[in-house]
Design a protein around this ligand. Sequence first.
Ligand code: NIG
Ligand code: FE
Length: 390
Amino acid sequence: MSASGSLLVDNIGELVTNSPDGRGPLGLRRDAALLVEDGRVAWVGSARDTPAADRRVDAGGAAVLPGFVDSHAHLVFAGDRAAEFAARMAGQPYTGGGIRTTVGATRAASDGELRATVRRLHAEALRQGTTTIEVKSGYGLTVADEARSLRIAAEVTDETTFLGAHVVPAEYADRPDDYVSLVCGPMLAAAAPHARWIDVFCERGAFDADHTRAILTCGRAVGLGVRVHANQLGPGPGVRLGVELEAASVDHCTHLDDADVDALAGGQTVATLLPGVEFSTRSPYPDARRLLDAGVTVALATDCNPGSSYTSSMPFCVALAVREMRMTPAEAVWAATAGGARALRRDDVGVLRPGARADLMILDAPSHLHLAYRPGVPLIRKVLHNGVPR
Ligand code: NIG
Ligand code: FE
């Protein structure tokens, strides 16, 4: 949906464009204005020579940024795992074993219950400035439950990801090869019409390199883009495999060796870091500085899910990345907007330049710096999605 007529956002104290027309890596402009027509940015310029418009939003001298692009979220599930979180905070490790608990609850839930959770979390994310969100399946793990998860995800986003290879479900525990055949056969056939991407959790205890390669290859053969959960719980082959298969993104990247960093630096694959996971599992954070210094493109995302990171808040992830991962505020804001867009191979979001989607947020703050400087404070005053105020 987009609004008809033109809308001028003016009196912008600091505009983050992420475009080379502005200053520095964020393409900053001072005292700026922006015109929206038909859901797109039509003009960006100085507040002194604003064009006429049908309607006007006064930013009041505040900062305006592109909407966040959350390129990694698992919103289709039932139940929660608050007790598991409490046990972790009392010293238990995170193993991913709780995924099967959520699979049981998700299979037992009605379509209406799943839809209500997806809509609630989607609305929660939008209020916090997220205007593009990727949503994965992965808690159904039957042909019917994966297909319905993706159908429901597609009601709120075009960025849907088939994650039938999240874990091997209990009923296939002693025959994982058969489960991989199911994923590559009937499950993929049922999921693909509702999915843009395919993903695999490549990790000890989930899927090994051979299984990951087989699944990603058959997904690619039916036209899905490739992404991978890799190197979350320990070192492994996932990151290098993702780069080799030209994945759009490898996600987590917590345990990397020099060969992993070299592979990322030499390829086109984005490294998506998910600091909500390290926060919620009390684990060491990935070293974003090492990746950035090697020239790797870094994105930030929430990984919103009931187990390892039950947050939908991109501002929280930006603040964590700055405090805990040695990113500058500008790097973190770029990674949460333009970086997320790169991870989804999109050039129409995460940026504010003529032609881009009019997805933006007005902060209750004079500068993007405040997103990390004032953690935990609701700084998103107003969000426009497709040019429509939300
Ligand atoms: O990205 N690592 C695999 N999957 C999710 C966690 C899922 C869960 O614990 O329910 C993740 O962290
Ligand atoms: Fe995830």
